[in-house]
Design a protein around this ligand. Structure first.
Ligand SMILES: [Zn+2]
Ligand SMILES: [Zn+2]
Length: 304
């Protein structure tokens, strides 16, 4: 499982193995006792990330039928199947998104949500390395469609006041970690962290219709260096895809600035929880409403 491989790569370095290492670890655990920040289990291994193996292993990649454009969960993929192997959700059938395709590693819930919060709200920076590996997997799933030429990687920017307050932009840290993981073989991915700017703080997206969300974000982003994206394909990266309104607005302004195509990769994505809930809502066309209801508290936490 990809989840397991990500966890195993976060294990302590080899130099701590062996009896001397075990003693050192034991001593460390006694001197600096720490608990897993998700489940509370006592940690005995030295790690910069206060999470246990069980919790890391539980952060699985998304599986099952998904919309091939935006990555939303589909409960009857064949009902929407189009020629060319595409399966679109209701939203993507009604309106062509500004981005070509969006991929996410995992569902925005449980441990993965906690891990993202550890980085964003608790400033646990080593979390960015694990999240970066997950983002790298999402990028890999898009890669067969990338052009042979270079792709500009653009982290969704924070408003500068918020960035100052937090001390970092989590999307930027995660993007850097992902590019590092992918190493030399992905020389065509280059980070452009000063191309896009968020001009103002955006109001909460909670309770807004998709039209209102677009209006809410209009004018929030500005391409500072259009020459950096003109004629290029662009990969927008963020920690979470909630309603897609934020990355869609980024894609719109980047295309207007001359980007030929915009891809989106995020660590996590909010998904419809179950087919049963869709049935309870009745009309599958209410999918949009269902997503809003479910993602409202998450959107508050994620800021979009
Ligand atoms: Zn745990
Ligand atoms: Zn879709």
């Amino acid at each position: 499982m990809a989840g397991a491989s990500i966890a195993s790569r976060t294990a302590r370095p080899d130099r701590f193995r062996g009896w001397a290492g075990q003693i050192a670890e034991g001593l460390f655990a006694v001197l600096f006792p720490s608990d897993c920040r998700i489940c509370g289990a006592h940690l005995v291994n030295i790690s910069r990330l206060p999470l246990c193996r069980v919790c890391l292993d539980a952060m699985h990649p998304i599986s099952g039928g998904l919309c091939t454009v935006c990555g939303e969960r589909l409960f009857s993929p064949y009902a929407f199947a189009e020629p060319g192997g595409e399966s679109r959700c209701g939203m993507c059938q009604r309106m062509e998104p500004a981005f070509a395709r969006a991929a996410a590693y995992g569902s925005y819930e449980g441990g993965l949500r906690e891990l993202i919060h550890l980085l964003k709200y608790n400033g646990v920076r080593p979390a960015a390395d694990v999240l970066g590996r997950m983002l790298a997997e999402a990028i890999t799933s898009l890669e067969p469609r990338f052009p042979a030429s270079s792709v500009a990687v653009i982290p969704v920017p924070l408003y500068r006041g918020k960035r100052r307050q937090r001390g970092f932009n989590q999307a930027d840290l995660i993007a850097r970690a992902a590019i590092k993981v992918r190493g030399i073989e992905s020389g065509r991915l280059h980070l452009c962290d000063r191309v896009l700017e968020r001009k103002r703080e955006t109001a909460s997206q909670i309770g807004l219709t998709s039209h209102q969300r677009r209006e809410n974000l209009r004018g929030a982003f500005h391409v500072v260096q259009p020459e950096a994206v003109r004629g290029l394909e662009v990969l927008v990266v963020d920690d979470v895809y909630t309603t897609g309104a934020t990355v869609s607005e980024c894609a719109r302004v980047l295309r207007r600035a001359g980007a030929t195509k915009v891809w989106v990769a995020t660590v996590a994505r909010t998904l419809k929880l179950s087919a049963q809930q869709v049935e309870i809502q009745g009309d599958p066309d209410n999918g949009e409403k269902l997503v809003d209801a479910l993602s409202a508290p998450l959107a508050r936490a994620a800021g979009g």
